[in-house]
Design a protein around this ligand. Sequence first.
Ligand SMILES: Cc1cc2nc3c(=O)[nH]c(=O)nc-3n(C[C@H](O)[C@H](O)[C@H](O)COP(=O)(O)OP(=O)(O)OC[C@H]3O[C@@H](n4cnc5c(N)ncnc54)[C@H](O)[C@@H]3O)c2cc1C
Length: 358
Amino acid sequence: MGLILAKALAASGIEVDVYESKLNISEGSEKASGIISKIGLDRIGIDYKRSIVNELSGAILHSGSRKLKIKSNDTKAYVIDRGKYVEECASEAKRDGAKIHTNTRFSPNGIIKLRDKYDVIVGADGAVSTVAKAFAFPPIGSYVLTYKAEYSGADVGETDVVDLFFDNALMHNFFGWSVPYGHDILELGLGVDSAYRKNSKAVFDRFVKKPEIAEMLKSSNVISEHASMIPLEARQKTVIGNALLVGDAAGQTKATTGGGIVFGSGCASIAADSITRYLNQGIPLSRYEHAWRKKYGLEMFLHKKIHNLYSSASPARMDRIFSVVKSIGGEKFLGSYGDMDRPSIMLKRLIFRGLIGD
Ligand SMILES: Cc1cc2nc3c(=O)[nH]c(=O)nc-3n(C[C@H](O)[C@H](O)[C@H](O)COP(=O)(O)OP(=O)(O)OC[C@H]3O[C@@H](n4cnc5c(N)ncnc54)[C@H](O)[C@@H]3O)c2cc1C
């Protein structure tokens, strides 16, 4: 998010320095998946065409032996190569005038000292934000611990569909996923609520033994494996004095899936606007806090509600939810009107026109 913010600031003529701890800007990008809605990517405004790995038009939700298939006739999302995407973000930020300093890791004390050099300090430094620590921002209360791996030679099945596996006894309060990268390359991953104090790798080892997963992997080879984490809620405050937080550092993610690119980038653009107004017109930076919550607060709240619904459901309850959704035409409805980012759009359609028919 730091690079997207830097690009926007540099384009409005503001001097920006980006400090990144890694040697190469794309290092470690493969820790996260890259499923991003087509609408969301278009709105972010970074050229993503060279980063596309696969096109997705739907999802199959699994709970025990039950399935829900939500599929559109169009491409709804892309699987993006996160490394290539971050390189493109860096090159566009540089082209617009931002200076990027790699291999520079800041401690909380080092960040405090930056206050003498800069008018504004932004923490776009991820879920375990050092900037948040340095300025004593309130903590993020809820995280998901993740584990993911990529396999070659896998039995991928439909190449334009993501599979989501709900099993609260194993993946507490979250879910597992399988994402096709192509005909025989597959990503498998899962998340576990950090409150359960489970090792995500140990849970993953049990996940891949599930019969339907083992079947997909029977003649495959592991390409790489990674553990990471995702914040599931926003901090109570994201501006303190002349410091502000953006992206995972602020907790700007969708609690349903943990996706953070679309909301984080949208908030980065609001942050760029607020910083510009602060520097040019003296409008307080707290404007950022109000503006991003106004734009994304309702959607984040609805994502949290949907997350609470599936994460508190027993297998029997999930069965009932799947049956009800099927019987009232929910698969067709979600295939046509589902929006990965904005549940409010689906709710409006549901309230005003009902599920079946127009
Ligand atoms: C397994 C997994 C799957 C995911 N799948 C998706 C998905 O499909 N779609 C989606 O939209 N989102 C997904 N996400 C979430 C998404 O990856 C994040 O929301 C997004 O990367 C947040 O970007 P960010 O810039 O805020 O933080 P980060 O991507 O974490 O970047 C922070 C940067 O700050 C640097 N840094 C940290 N501390 C310091 C320091 N002290 N000094 C200098 N530099 C520092 C880090 O090196 C890093 O480059 C997934 C996440 C995970 C873990």
